[in-house]
Design a protein around this ligand. Structure first.
Ligand code: ADP
Ligand code: MG
Length: 687
């Protein structure tokens, strides 16, 4: 009898050597092996008459050996070759490194050969085909054949046989879902699900199996979230904003009056939700979601103002220095024109040590009441006087850990998280289970939709003329290149050369600046500032402007080598224009070999909806890479996919909620401590 926790060496056919190879893939126990899923499935073809063979096709042929194998050497390798014939023709067969086959491959013997054929002169040949036994072939015909991820030293057959061996030894795995539950939910039992992942008869079975495993993965995730929430229920907060107080009312009025626009209905609704939190006497834990350009920043600033006016400190964390200093400049400007009483400090990694020390002490004394910065904010040295609100901008760029580290800087601080990660509200509610969610689901009305086009390199000259015209009208433009310096990638535009080229082209017609991530922060800041204040016309940049940068007078976004970017990223980049009253344009310029990408990028023409684009992006790139999921604060799943499996997630949510009324799932507590616990660990415990 075998147990899931047994080492794989207990399987027949798995020796120490093989076990070591498996271990390199983190496969140690039988449970691990059962969770090592195929990356693809193949159906074995029907037997093909030799006369119908085609170049480079994967085929099965049945025939008799007609010639004695001849043996020869080439490049120190021994080759063995002979001919096989059926009623319709002859095919050559070559094996290498297997001279012993000479004994068994005798004329007259019937063979079933499986492999890829290639044309050699007038004849087709098999190189190193698989020789199938008749019953083996029958078995393969009845099911799909698993193709496992490539593993050094381990052939597909070896892996398949090892998995198969698991099933020869035990009959049943217990399941944490009762049969009644499974019926209601329409799920397979876990034992069948695992089996069908490896040995499905039809793809339908793989889908069913995936569904069950995705469900388990979500259940595990949700239990973890529950644990996280525990001791995290609404806590009383000493930082209460009194919205009846005259000072607060005046500050709000003055702030709103100073804006050149009225808030949209969506902004107003979310603002009310924030105000309710801040006056409730309980800690705020709110995520504000909204597509790029919907106007989240004013909400963040106003929230900060409320607490500052109530006598507390606020920290605002942004993912890049460019964005942090933009927020800082905006606040300084607002303060100097309106005198709201905000004393802001900018704290980023590049602030000089002496300056930093000064800022630290001003933070500690409470002299500074708004601290804006990058993750330098969460460094140990910063001691706050009375931190009451932590805002993180562009949350999808931060991990959950960073968020909570900043929270721990204060006693029961309010937390406001801003994100443009386009996931639907229902999913956000579940995924950010420890947060309340507000959605700004409307863009400011006066905007004209951005005009988009995906263009080939032939149009580049025309684009330069187009940009020149916009500049003559008083607008500005961004040009984005994928690389900083000349790299080894042919035909990929780099920022520094490109800037020189444009300077040459535009000469006196436009002032051009160059921005990239490798510059010193102070330099970056100055360049950004110059662009904002229209001392430059064209900003040639890498994707450092991607997040949050706001220059409403810039109306052209031209992206070189657009094929090198993901859709979600292109959408973010495009979000830098269309922020003001003028018509804006986004041009996705394909590189010389970018033609194939045209179709992929078409969706950017059709849709301006970040959610739709993100779903498409995910489809194109596969879930693993979504926004660099791993560091995004969104959980990464092995099987499940938050977009396509949204229904299963909601099902799992309901199940967990129901179940938690009856039991505590204590058996999993040890897993919640573990950094990278996954579905495998979950199953190791619950099966
Ligand atoms: P995001 O939600 O992407 O962070 P921002 O807060 O940067 O968007 O806002 C984008 C632009 O829209 C800014 O120029 C901002 O001043 C402007 N804006 C914000 N709210 C409104 C509004 N209600 N009407 C018009 N423009 C607005
Ligand atoms: Mg923003």
């Amino acid at each position: 009898m075998l147990y899931l926790s047994d080492p794989i060496t207990r399987l027949s056919g798995v020796g120490e050597k093989t076990a070591l190879l498996f271990q390199k893939q983190n496969i140690v126990t039988i449970n691990d092996l059962l969770h090592h899923f195929p990356r693809d499935y193949r159906r074995i073809p029907e037997i093909l008459p030799i006369c119908d063979l085609q170049e480079k096709s994967l085929v099965v042929v049945r025939g008799k050996i007609v010639s004695s194998p001849s043996i020869f050497s080439r490049n120190k390798r021994t080759f063995l070759s002979f001919d096989v014939k059926d009623a319709t023709g002859t095919v050559g067969v070559t094996f290498f490194g297997m001279p012993y086959l000479k004994k068994t491959m005798v004329p007259g013997k019937e063979l079933l050969l499986y492999g890829v054929v290639r044309k050699l002169g007038v004849k087709f040949v098999f190189d190193q085909p698989k020789v199938l036994k008749a019953d083996e072939y029958e078995e393969m015909k009845n099911c799909l054949w698993p193709v496992y991820p490539l593993t050094e030293g381990l052939g597909n057959e070896k892996v398949r046989k090892a998995v198969r061996a698991c099933y020869d030894c035990f009959s049943e795995i217990k399941d944490y879902l009762s049969e009644k539950n499974r019926k209601n939910l329409g799920l397979l039992n876990v034992s069948d699900a695992l089996y069908k992942m490896h040995f499905p008869k039809e793809m339908e079975e793989v889908y069913d199996a995936r569904k069950r495993l995705a469900f388990d993965e979500f259940v595990f995730f949700l239990l973890k979230l529950e644990k996280l929430k525990e001791g995290n229920e609404k806590k009383e907060s000493q930082f209460v904003v009194d919205f009846a107080a005259e000072e607060i009312c005046e500050a709000k009025k003055s702030f709103l009056k100073g804006l050149s626009f009225a808030l949209t209905a969506a902004q107003t609704k979310v603002l009310e939700e924030i105000e309710r939190d801040l006056s409730s006497g309980y800690q705020m834990n709110r995520l504000v979601q909204g597509d790029v350009g919907c106007g989240k920043t004013v909400l963040a600033f106003l929230s900060a103002l409320y607490l500052i006016k109530s006598g507390f400190q606020v920290a605002l964390m942004a993912p890049t220095e460019v964005l942090a200093s933009q927020h800082y400049e905006d606040i300084i400007k607002m303060e100097s024109s309106r005198g709201l009483g905000i004393h802001a400090a900018l704290l980023t990694g590049s602030v000089k040590t002496t300056e930093k020390k000064k800022i630290y002490s001003e933070i500690e004394s409470g002299e500074v009441n708004l601290i804006i910065g990058t993750h330098a904010l969460i460094q140990e040295k910063v001691n706050y006087h009375n931190l009451a609100l932590v805002i993180t901008d562009e949350q999808h760029r931060f991990g959950v850990k960073q968020r909570s580290a900043l929270m721990e800087k204060g006693e029961m601080v309010h937390v406001l998280v801003m994100s443009a990660t386009p996931i639907p509200r229902t999913l956000a509610l579940v995924l950010y289970g420890d947060l309340d969610v507000s959605v700004v689901d409307e863009l400011p009305a006066k905007r004209m939709p951005i005009k988009n086009s995906v263009l080939g390199p032939d149009y580049r000259e025309k684009m330069y003329q187009f940009i020149a015209k916009r500049i003559a009208e008083g607008r500005q433009a961004y040009v984005i290149c994928p690389m900083v310096e000349e790299g080894d990638l042919d035909g990929v535009e780099n920022v520094t050369d490109y800037t020189d080229k444009l300077k040459e082209i535009y000469r006196d017609y436009a002032k051009i600046a160059c921005l990239h991530g490798k510059m010193k922060p102070a330099e970056k800041e100055k360049i950004m500032q110059d662009f904002k204040e229209h001392r430059t016309d064209i900003l040639v940049s890498t994707t450092v402007v991607e997040v949050g940068v706001n220059v409403p007078n810039a109306t052209v976004m031209m992206i070189e080598n657009a094929e090198r970017f993901g859709l979600a990223q292109l959408h973010q980049l495009r979000g830098r224009v269309g922020r003001g009253e003028h018509q804006s344009y986004a041009v996705f310029m394909l590189g010389n070999d970018g033609k194939k990408a045209k179709e992929r990028l078409e969706i950017l023409n059709r849709s301006n909806d970040g959610f739709e684009i993100a779903s498409e992006d995910l489809k194109q790139r596969g879930p693993g890479d979504f926004f660099g999921l791993r560091q995004s604060g969104l959980p990464g799943f092995k099987i499940a996919d938050i977009f396509t499996d949204a229904k299963i997630l909601l099902m799992a949510k309901e199940y967990v909620e129901n179940e938690l009324q009856f039991r505590t799932f204590e058996e999993f507590y040890s897993l919640f401590e573990k950094e990278n616990a996954s579905l495998v660990d979950f199953h190791a415990i619950c099966l």
